[in-house]
Design a protein around this ligand. Sequence first.
Ligand code: TRP
Length: 328
Amino acid sequence: MKKDTVLSGMQPSGKLHLGNLVGALKNWVRLQDEYECFYFLADWHALTTGYTNPETIKESSKDLLINFIAAGLDPDKSTIFIQSMVPQHAELHLLLSMITPLGWLERVPTFKEKQEELVGKDISTYGFLGYPLLQTADIIIYRAKYVPVGIDQVPHLEISREIARRFNHIYKDFFPEPEALLTEFPKVPGVDGRKMSKSYDNAIYLSDSPDIVEQKIKTMMTDPARKRRKDRGEPELSPVYHLHKIFSSNSEIEHVANGCRSAEIGCLDCKAILIKNLFTYLEPLWQKRNLLIDKPDELYEIAYVGSQKAIKKAEETLDVVRELMGLR
Ligand code: TRP
């Protein structure tokens, strides 16, 4: 039986952190066995807001591809590629732009929000307005059925569905309407207790060395009530405890919760257990990162082979689209 197609992408626009790993990448890894998966680096999308920093895009692309593989995405199971190496996405983006009403793009909530958020960056550009349309092309060019994304991407998926529907209405029923695949994940807190995010400067990065990870946990915020070792605490108020809930065993979680409430263990004891577990969790990723980090040829090979596979499937779709739009 033919497997349904899953597709998702990430922008190479900075370093990946533990939240990205737990909330997205690990889920992508799991989906590999059940679906035909396409995973890619959305480097054109990174240009829509980062066009003045090509160096960042270049460095982040390398690091992101390393993280894809190190996290467990497998080029033998999934098609792993770089958007700009599959120019067919650009052609479909152009063709879809012919049928996309401007108003649809203007009313995507992220369009206004991002413009207000990114003060000092001029993103009143044609490219940025077209962000969701390019994303639509990314998805429907593989006739993907499911798109694993965060809740913030749901408005983009909505417009993708509308555009697919409009194409089908004007020409022929051809594109499936893609659906967001929303999976609930524990929220990974940053070292200050807020949601882990690169813009809060509270993240544990996948490129951090073990020393740095250890240091970040050791200096991490805990329940402020525990000023001294003998003060009792409430684990729920400590972001360290929330990390335990993700990375520790049930008996360890119980041990640190009881120890915190009774002041039988100190915050450093509690953190030592977390550090041990986090190291176990990250060790395979660190090892693979180290194997790949100085191997640009190997990385290029992975991207090249994946992109060739992607091109093949994308061309099949484009052939039909060109035909339906009178270009043959
Ligand atoms: N916009 C997505 C993000 O910032 C990245 C992306 C680009 C994407 N094209 C996509 C995600 C297609 C899913 C499908 O996270």
